[in-house]
Design a protein around this ligand. Structure first.
Ligand SMILES: [Zn+2]
Length: 304
């Protein structure tokens, strides 16, 4: 963003940015962000301290996977598993750019090896198997690596008797660079979840902006409890495709968290600053259910 853009008519400026501007002739570029919804200008540090939620209008910015881990898990409690799985690019896919080049580009851009991170950590006192996708990495799409990592995380949660929490953010759904191999991940992750849930263990799915396509059509929509951040775009096909198919105009808030809450697909819309506490409350409820032998055994006994 340039300073000229920030001087747009409707822009308001964070007090920290204003002070810095008055103390110096120029506010250094790269230190501040303009909200795409209300045009408010904030220091990146202020924005980060506010959970990457706009200080003025509560717009929820996209959160990188590592930042999400920092927000939700106890400091230094997370250890990653299966971090070195990489794609073999079996189709040798080449469109505008070769798939492997695109991977390298996004690895450099995000500092991640792939579009998801999985492992074990703690939310307050609760040990959980935790996964998070990053929508900045090839749109958070699920190729064979993301599908394999999510599946192995579910299997790890089953073996270790851990509750499972996955935070999804994917504008891409299935990764088309891998064709049918990416579509197979939908069945694979769903089958693993079926085994996990048949053991009576709890899965909490958290949907963030955006969660679309094959991710939403598989593991992301299979939570025992499904939470979503406010105003997140959540769905399968995009609205234009649906309108063309059914030849009807869709409601203005179609495919938002609030619309899907009203229609029963998700259970709660939770502000990001309340997300960790909401997870704690839900894990506490599941723990109480386990004591009453109403869900599978052993998930919470190590926390009691
Ligand atoms: Zn805003």
């Amino acid at each position: 963003m340039t300073q000229n853009e920030a001087k747009g008519k409707s822009a308001s400026i964070d007090a920290d940015v204003m002070r810095a501007a008055m103390g110096k002739k120029r506010v250094p570029a790269g230190l501040w962000t303009k909200c795409p919804q209300c045009q408010h200008v904030m220091f990146n540090k202020s924005l980060r301290e506010n959970y990457s939620v706009c200080l003025k209008c509560q717009y929820h910015f996209v959160v990188p996977a590592l930042e999400r881990i920092r927000q939700l898990l106890e400091p230094k409690s997370f250890h990653e598993i299966n971090e070195d799985i990489t794609t073999l690019d079996p189709l040798k896919f080449h469109a505008a750019k070769a798939y492997l080049d695109k991977l390298k580009q996004d690895q450099k851009k995000t500092g991640l090896k792939e579009a998801c991170i999985t492992g074990e950590g703690k939310i307050f006192d609760f040990s959980v198997a935790f996964g998070v996708t990053d929508s900045r990495f090839i749109m958070g799409s699920m190729g064979s690596v993301v599908g394999e990592k999510i599946t192995r995380l579910i299997e790890y949660a089953l073996e270790e008797s851990l509750p499972l929490v996955i935070v999804s953010g994917s504008g891409g759904g299935a990764r088309m660079y891998e064709g049918a191999l990416s579509l197979m991940q939908m069945a694979k992750t769903s089958a693993a979840l079926s085994r996990y849930q048949n053991a009576g263990y709890p899965f909490i799915s958290v949907l963030t902006n955006p969660t679309m396509g094959g991710v939403m059509a598989s593991f992301a929509s299979l939570g025992d409890v499904i939470l979503a951040e406010p105003h997140a775009l959540i769905g399968f096909a995009g609205p234009r495709v649906i309108e063309q198919t059914i030849r009807q105009k869709l409601p203005a808030d179609f495919q938002t968290s609030e619309f899907l809450l009203e229609h029963g697909l998700i259970d709660m819309v939770v502000d990001r600053m309340n997300l960790k506490n909401s997870l704690k409350i839900l894990l506490g409820i599941f723990s109480a259910l386990e004591k009453e032998k109403l869900i599978g055994d052993g998930c919470f006994e190590k926390n009691q």
